[in-house]
Design a protein around this ligand. Structure first.
Ligand SMILES: [Zn+2]
Length: 314
């Protein structure tokens, strides 16, 4: 694999290393100062780029990205080139894969975006970059069978499925890296909260489903898609939702009050949900607890009945 660094990033990373290790300063000046005496122009710029590139190598600042990618043999073996560019800030640091799903012989490029600070001193970003790289490794792994096209839709349902897919994929990435000792971990609680939020509402996923995902058998793209599309396929769903098979709420099916297709069911098990059930059972003939209510209808109904006296409808 060929590594190509943005020359500006190389220059800034050298600066940062010198700032962290001021004893390097005389050696750097010895290389750069004579270049300032040359006439300004593209020839001098080229000499500067060359000098910075050599110092970059001598200081070992190329090691971080190269060693990181070598940790995932699938990526190291299959990517044709690795572009390393500057991230404007740490939050924008990422590793992305550019490949054509329809043409396996086309060039596969890994784009790594890092701040110069982290390229010069990578410890603070190492775990996060390992997470990024594991995603790329999954995308390149023939056994994972990633299909970007499945996640490309823009409808509300597509957005929801994509969100759930990424929440579960992040869990799968984190659990593997943590159990292999490749990252310090510590994100499990945040991931669990995100998982419960993403699958929230009436689908109220059992914490057991999260724990089963955390210690998984091998997962792949289609398994993640299936669970994202239908939470009843989550591990542990059956045991903790006995009778859940009667549930009439599915993604995109109509709310029993407004009739509009919804992806945001109200949690009827919650305290407010139980209050809503009492109101609806009393006022709607034929309504029972297996009928789903969308969040909008639920909140409107609860607001109308907040004082305990119904003023209109349900
Ligand atoms: Zn509704």
């Amino acid at each position: 694999m060929k590594f190509e660094y943005d020359p500006r990033l190389i220059e800034l990373a050298v600066f940062h290393r010198v700032r962290v290790e001021p004893q390097l300063e005389p050696a750097v000046h010895a290389v750069l100062d004579p270049l300032y005496l040359l006439p300004a122009g593209t020839a001098r710029d080229a000499r500067f780029h060359q000098a910075y590139a050599e110092m970059f190598q001598q200081l070992g600042l190329n090691r971080f990205v190269e060693d990181l990618l070598a940790e995932q043999p699938i990526v190291a073996g299959k990517a044709d080139r690795c572009l390393v560019r500057q991230a404007a800030r740490a939050r924008q640091e990422s590793i992305e894969l550019y490949q054509r799903d329809d043409d396996p012989s086309a060039t596969r490029t890994v784009l790594v975006q890092l701040t110069p600070e982290h390229l010069a001193d990578p410890d603070p970003c190492r775990d996060e970059m390992r997470r990024e790289l594991q995603h790329v490794a999954d995308m390149m792994d023939p056994a994972f069978q990633y299909r970007a096209a499945d996640l490309a839709g823009q409808s509300p349902q597509d957005n929801l499925v994509r969100d759930r897919y990424h929440v579960m994929w992040n869990v799968y990435v984190e659990s593997r890296l943590t159990s292999a000792g490749h990252i310090a971990g510590g994100r499990k609680t945040a991931l669990r909260n995100g998982f419960l939020r993403s699958f929230g509402g009436r689908f109220n996923p059992p914490v057991a489903a999260f724990e089963a995902l955390w210690a998984p058998a091998k997962l792949d793209h289609s398994a993640l898609m299936a669970m994202a599309q239908d939470p009843r396929r989550l591990p542990g769903w059956e045991e903790s939702n006995a009778g859940g098979g009667d549930l009439r709420e599915t993604l995109g099916s109509p709310c029993t009050l407004c009739g509009f297709s919804t992806f945001d069911w109200f949690d009827l098990q919650s305290e407010a949900g139980r209050r809503l059930v009492r109101i609806l059972v009393e006022r709607r003939d034929g309504w029972d607890t297996a009928s789903g209510v969308c969040r909008q209808c639920a909140e409107a109904c609860l607001a109308r009945h907040a004082s305990g006296s119904a003023l209109c409808g349900v």
